[in-house]
Design a binder for this molecule. Structure first.
Ligand code: BES
Ligand code: ZN
Ligand code: ZN
Length: 458
């Protein structure tokens, strides 16, 4: 953390950053010397969002940085700075715009990230010093985002089902939560047939990981994440370009783990159950075949129409298990469908929910914390697309229409009507480098859900 943002001290050694826009820049020129004005003119600085200019005093010492910001997108306006400004400690000048230093500092910290497990950092990031109270709010969010990015960026060989279990165990240790798991055939004995079926082809055993934390008298909250550590598609094998990035198919698990960490760190008054079905959707002689029928934990029989629609299979038994505890709310995160990306693109996760008021509140929370989501409908008539000719339902159908919706409708079948449920179909990834959004694993919807849960439970 100290590498990204740090606690502001009385020491004025740090360099001022003045966030500005065209109008303010014109007005603020009065505060500059003639030489500094000339320098800025010669550099062509006009406060365009995303640009910056360095200002020196008469001795040539760097004393101030002017940064053009788009007040409508503060996160990305500041996101490039930690990797472009000279390595030093900076602070935000009082004259800056907008006044929301939390969002500015968040953009800074998100942009400072680099995944350094397999190679050295290209450079040390410039650091931003902020007030202690702001750092207390921000540090957990930055840490959680970093955790999601690191988990997702880690290749499958180093991020298999067991590694996800290790991550949950570390979390349990840190917050005195109880962790248990069912591994391999234990899944069959304990009646988690779909998780076993999806993961049984891999040389690394499938597992269901559970963490419990909090007072049993508090409202029960279940957080579930799709932990498909690699999705080959199974026997319905993905083509090479569709498989290339499928190490990220545990992105939902990464979100769920990070959210659980935030909940426990904030000591939200909930009885938390974190559930991670962790598998590899692999190909081998033991692989589940298209056309097989699985009797799910709920007793609903499912025909495997497509082995590549595996996410909903591992999630459905976890959802059934969660609902047996009669929770106040179930939330699940999953890189569930390509169709959600076709509908909303990579940056907007698709939100589904069986309670309109709750879904609306998550959307509102997302707007408040600059972590946008978009809602798609649980359009019941499309259930028809999941009809099977011999089982209660199929895991996919002949039509690719409304793929994100039919996947959500599949999951909804496993949620009792009396249980509130929210489902996020997220991409968990940045295809390219953008300011504040480095290429690779990304947390999308994490801050929105945490803000929503804080509002609901405190
Ligand atoms: N993990 C994929 C979905 C995915 C693909 C997410 C690309 C993000 C990027 C999922 O398991 C899958 O393969 N879904 C299929 C479902 C289909 C077979 C019904 C899909 O979306 O094509
Ligand atoms: Zn798949
Ligand atoms: Zn998948």
């Amino acid at each position: 953390m100290s590498a990204l943002i740090e606690r502001k001290t009385g020491d004025r050694q740090s360099i001022a950053i003045e966030t500005t826009d065209a109008a303010r820049f014109a007005a603020s020129k009065r505060r500059l010397t003639a030489a500094q004005r000339r320098w800025l003119t010669d550099c062509g600085f006009d406060a365009t969002p995303g640009t910056f200019a360095l200002i020196a005093d008469e001795s040539g010492k760097l004393i101030r940085v002017l940064v053009g910001v788009d007040t409508g997108d503060v996160l990305s306006s500041l996101g490039a700075l930690p990797r472009t400004l000279p390595e030093a400690v900076y602070h935000l000048a009082d004259e800056g715009v907008p006044k929301d230093t939390l969002q500015i500092a968040l953009g800074w910290a998100l942009g400072a990230y680099e995944f350094t497990r397999y190679r050295k950092a290209r450079r040390a990031p410039a650091r931003l010093a902020i007030a202690a109270a702001e750092l207390d709010v921000l540090a957990p969010l930055v840490e959680a985002t970093t955790q999601v990015r690191d988990l997702v960026n880690t290749p499958t060989e180093d991020m298999g089902p067991k590694h996800l279990a290790d991550a949950v165990k570390r979390l349990g240790k840190a917050h005195k939560g109880k962790v248990r798991e069912w591994v391999g055939d234990e899944l069959l004995d304990a009646n988690f047939p779909t998780i076993h079926a999806v993961g049984r082809a891999s040389h690394r055993a499938p597992r269901l990981i559970e963490l419990n934390w909090g007072k049993t008298s508090d409202p029960k909250l279940a957080v579930i994440g799709k932990g498909v550590c690699f999705d080959t598609g199974g026997l319905d094998l993905k083509p090479a370009d569709g498989m290339r990035w499928m190490k990220k198919d545990m992105g939902g698990a990464a979100h769920a783990i990070a959210l659980a960490g935030l909940i426990m760190q904030a000591k939200l008054p909930v009885r938390l159950t974190l559930l991670i079905p962790a598998v590899e959707n692999a190909v081998s002689g033991a692989a589940m075949r298209p056309g097989e029928v699985i009797t799910t934990r709920a007793g609903i029989t499912v025909e495997v129409d497509n082995t590549d629609a595996e996410g909903r299979l591992v999630l459905c038994d976890a959802i059934t298990y969660a609902s047996e505890q009669k929770p106040d709310l179930i939330v699940d995160f999953a890189t569930l469908t390509g169709a959600a990306r076709i509908a909303l693109g990579p940056d907007l996760p698709a939100l589904f929910g069986n309670r309109d008021d709750l879904a609306e509140r998550v959307l509102a929370a997302g707007r408040e914390v600059n972590d946008p989501l978009w809602r798609l409908p649980l359009w019941r008539p499309y259930r028809k697309m999941l009809e099977s000719y011999l089982a209660d339902m199929a895991n996919s159908g002949a039509s690719r229409h409304a793929g994100a919706i039919t996947a959500a409708l599949y999951l909804e079948r496993f949620v009792p009507e009396t249980t509130a449920w929210l489902h996020l179909d997220t991409y968990a990834w940045n295809d390219g480098d953008r300011p504040g959004r480095p290429r690779g694993g990304e947390a999308l919807g994490l801050r929105a859900f945490f803000a929503f849960l804080q509002q609901r439970y405190s």
